[in-house]
Each structure stands twice: as C-alpha cells, then as structure tokens.
Design a protein around this ligand. Structure first.
Ligand SMILES: *Cc1c(COP(=O)(O)O)cnc(C)c1O
Length: 516
C-alpha cells in the first residue's frame, strides 16, 4: 500500500473534495495560551491604583497569567477553532435520533430582533406582551399538532422534559392515593434517557423485550402490567426508526391497568402534521423543539423540550404558564395554584428557542410541516432502498420512518467494525451516523437524513456508503483500520478521555521559568 501526502492509503476510493480541501487548510490549532505571551494585550489601559483594603485579604499575589494576544490574533484563533468543528452548515450530518436539519437563517433573524433578544426575564409583564404572545401561539401550535390539553414550555432539553412529564405522572398518582405504583416499563429499544429518568425519580425500571421485527411486543407489555406499574415510557417512532404498529393497543392496556402512557416524542419530526399523538392515547410527551423545529443544537446551541399533557395530567402542569386576562392582556402565572407543580426552570425557559420554533412553524404552515415530515420519511426510505443490496438493513420488512437502521452483518468476518466504518466516512467528508445505538441490533448504524437534504446530497452519501461497503468486503481493511486519515485529530482514546479528562492547562517548564 502506498500513502499519499496526507498519509491516506491510495487506491481506496476518491476522497470528496470537501474532505481533501478541508484538511489541507486546517492545521492543528495550538491553545490560546500557547500562541500568546504575557507581554502584549488586546487592550491598552493605564496602570491603575488598586486599593486592596476592601478585598479582605483575598487579593491575588501572583499574576493571572492570561494569554496576551492582539485582537486579530484572538479572533483568528477562535475562527480557526470553529472550522475544526463539523456542523450542519458545513456538510451532511446524518446522526440518527439527533435530527440535524438545516437551520433557516430566518429563525436566527427573528430570534435576534431586539424586542426578543434584549428582554430581561424580570421585566414588567406589560412590557413583554409580544414575548408572551409568542409563548401563547407556540403553545397553541403544539397543542393542535398533538391534540392534547396542556403544555409546559419550560423544560430545557428532551431529557428535562421527560423528567417533568414523569413528575406530573407521579403527582397525579399521589393525588389519587396511588403512590405505591413504583414500576416503570421501558422497552429495550428506548432512548437511554428514558430509564435514566424513571430511575432518577425513584422508580424501578422493567425492560420490555423487542420483537424480532424491532417493535414493542404488546403481549409482553400486558404481561408486565400490574397494580404497581406507574407508567410505560415508549418512544414512537421508536429508535429503530419504526412506527409502533400496536401503539393504540399498548395505550389501552396501560390505561386499563390504571397506569399512564409517557411517549418519548423526540422523533416527532417523522409524524408532525400527519399523526396527532393525543389520538394514540398518550398522556405526556416531550417534543424536542431543537430537533423537530430546527435550531442549532448539540454543541451549537441550547435545546428546549416542551411537554404536552393529556386531560388527566393537565392540572399538574408546572408554572410558569401564559394565561389571557379578561381584558385580553397576557399574564405569566408564576405561583403554583391548585394542583400545578412548582417551576422546574428559572424564569420562563428558552425564549430564543420559542421564537425560532414558532418561526419554523409559521414559515412552513400546517401543510408545510406535514410535508417536511413526509419528506424526512421519504429521504430515509430512499437511503434504505439505495443501500439495501450492500449494507444490512436491520428491519427490512417495515417502512422506515425518519431514520433507517443498519447493522454490522454485512461486513461480518472482514475485520472491519462499525467504529472503523464510521471513521472512514469522515475521510469522505461526511459526519458519521449514530453508532452502536439502539442496542437491539449488533453494531448499529442509525442514519437520519432529515427533510432538508437534496437528492444530490443523498446520492453522494449513498455512493460513498456503497464504495466503503464494497471495499470492506474486498478486504481493503487499511482504508478503515487507521481512519480517519484526513481529520485534524485521528483516533482518540475515547475511554481515557472520558475516565481521565485533563481539564486544565499547565504551562510547560520553560514558560513557568520565564514567568518567574
Ligand atoms: C434526543 C433524544 C432524547 C433526549 O433529548 P435531549 O434534548 O438530548 O435531552 C430523548 N429521546 C430520544 C428518542 C431522542 O432522540
């Protein structure tokens, strides 16, 4: 095997120009402290007369040792660092279950309007009527799309929404004198946050096995139900990218046993405008605004996980919530009344996210949201159809919803693993898919294209996937074992990084001596 200039094995398919150009212009970036020195500074201030009298003996005795850089040096450092990140604005990002879709610039423009961006959470309500109107209208859209009775906007992520939703279930059961219900049923294909939420609230978690076809076994649910079961936490569409065909029967069984149906609705983008979860019998469901209704997330920005509630749980919705006064003005109810739960966030939640999500909704309209869901499903099924003859589709007999699940059977005994395969995608300019999740199949590869990708992009991705799959089969293992060859960082020791993270920078000896 020969190596090209960047140490990538040649004859292993053509790296896309994106990856090739990117790597050449993205050298390693030293730390701010390693670029700067203590001699210069971006600002020019006169020496100050400092009085230590009021510092109570806590004044610094050693210099701060901040990196000294000029303004352009500091700016270039951060811009170069930002270019080491892959983002949805830089390329395709098919991370299953994460819904990395295009973030329309219009959303950003609206969120930056000074009337929203410069609000203070403690401003008098008479001065924030527009912001309250956004919250009211967003609530209206969420309730209409889900056919439910109440919504709590404030949770700041999907997992946070799960916590709140399960807290309302707990409160409802305590109010009925049924605090003895201590078991939560969680199917094997659930997102990891589901059992974590249940356990965090003191429930014991009972796993429900998946059927051969990746869906939840209604008979197994019926068998697991008892007077001690508080709820089931079911993801629909589930994390295998499948719509649960027995969801209505499961809801009925759960309700007949006096338990509640918590639905993990993080994947609402697959069904919004097409199916109303309230019609399926759900009692509580979080909706990840940052997935379904766009907006940068992950490393790119904050999340928001509003929870919709059925009639039975609506009285337990937490404060704060928006209420319209008799005179038509809007009020933010901030103190718990009757059975409502206390607040679970400071202030009113992620205002910027509310604006972005509502902008997305209004710019699509109801029919446009349904179209987006259908296009997301179509795109996932297109990838499935284009790859099915070379990459193992885990559940070929079901239509995929918004994402399609592959597993590692197609490169069995080639020596290539799911991890190797994902890393090789990086060399081709694509962010890897979600790996090793869900756990119901071996070596999972979960691909979610979302509705915002063109056929050209999907084809480019499928071409690379086919090429990689054929290379793995042909025994060209070098293309995989050392990948990524073109990324600024190669394979990391992720276990060590997680177990022994180094979170502080220590100046090297020479620098320490120079500072003395
Ligand atoms: C993303 C996701 C979550 C968690 O949402 P966060 O906002 O990351 O807390 C929960 N369940 C499913 C199915 C998800 O895809």
């Amino acid at each position: 095997m020969s190596m090209n200039t960047r140490g990538r094995p040649t004859g292993a398919g053509t790296p896309s120009t994106l990856a090739a150009n990117g790597a050449a212009l993205l050298p390693d970036e030293p730390l701010l402290f390693e670029i700067g020195d203590t001699e210069h500074s971006g600002v020019d201030l006169p020496d100050a007369e400092i009085s230590t009298a009021r510092l109570g003996g806590f004044e610094r005795t050693a210099p701060l040792d901040l990196a000294g850089l000029t303004e352009p040096e500091a700016m270039r450092h951060y811009v170069r660092l930002s270019r080491l990140n892959h983002s949805i604005d830089a390329g395709f990002y098919p991370l299953g279950s994460c819904t990395m879709k295009h973030n329309p610039r219009l959303n950003e423009k609206m969120a930056r309007l000074p009337g929203f961006a410069d609000l203070h959470p403690l401003q008098p309500k008479s001065t924030v009527q527009g912001a309250l109107a956004v919250m009211e209208e967003l609530s209206h859209w969420l309730l209409t799309l889900t056919n439910t009775s109440a919504v709590a906007l404030t949770p700041k992520a999907g997992a946070h929404g799960e916590l709140l939703g399960m807290m309302t279930i707990k409160a409802a059961q305590e109010a009925r004198g049924e605090a003895h219900r201590k078991i939560v049923l969680v199917p094997e294909s659930a997102h990891g946050t589901n059992p974590a939420t249940a356990a965090f609230l003191g429930y014991s978690v009972k796993a429900i096995p998946a059927r051969e076809d990746g869906t939840v076994d209604v008979a197994a649910v019926r068998e697991a139900l008892s007077p001690d079961v508080a709820a089931i936490m079911l993801t629909n569409p589930n994390t295998c990218g499948l719509f649960e065909p027995d969801v209505v029967a499961i809801a009925e069984a759960v309700h007949n046993a006096g338990a509640f149906f918590y639905c993990d609705g993080a994947n609402f983008n697959a069904i919004m405008g097409v199916v109303r979860p309230g019609d399926l019998g759900i009692d509580a469901m979080h909706i990840n605004l940052h997935k379904t209704f766009s907006t940068p997330h992950g490393g790119g920005g904050p999340g928001a996980g509003p929870v919709v509630l059925s009639e039975a749980l609506a009285p337990f919705a937490p404060v704060p919530f928006v209420r319209r006064n008799a005179d038509g003005s809007l009020d933010l109810v901030e103190h718990a009344e009757a059975q409502s739960l206390e607040r679970i966030t400071a202030f009113q939640g992620q205002m910027g996210m509310y604006v972005r999500a509502l902008t997305y909704m209004l710019s699509h309209g109801g029919d446009g949201l349904a179209q987006a869901a259908k296009d997301a499903v179509l795109n996932a099924n297109y990838i499935k159809a284009r790859l099915a003859d070379v990459v193992t589709v885990s559940f070929p007999d079901h239509h995929a919803m918004h994402e399609v699940l592959f597993d590692d059977r197609f490169f069995e005994s080639t020596g290539v693993s799911t991890l190797d395969f994902a890393k090789a995608l990086i060399d081709e300019g694509f962010h890897p898919m979600t790996m090793y999740f869900p756990l119901v199949v071996h070596g999972a590869m979960l691909v979610e294209p979302t509705e915002s990708e063109s056929k050209q992009t999907l084809d480019a991705f499928c071409d690379v996937m086919r090429d990689l799959a054929n290379d793995a089969r042909d025994g060209n293992t070098e293309r995989f074992s050392g990948a990524p060859y073109t990324a600024p960082r190669r394979r990391l020791d992720e276990t060590r990084a997680a177990r022994q993270p180094i979170l502080t920078w220590e100046p090297d000896d020479a620098r320490a001596q120079a500072a003395e």
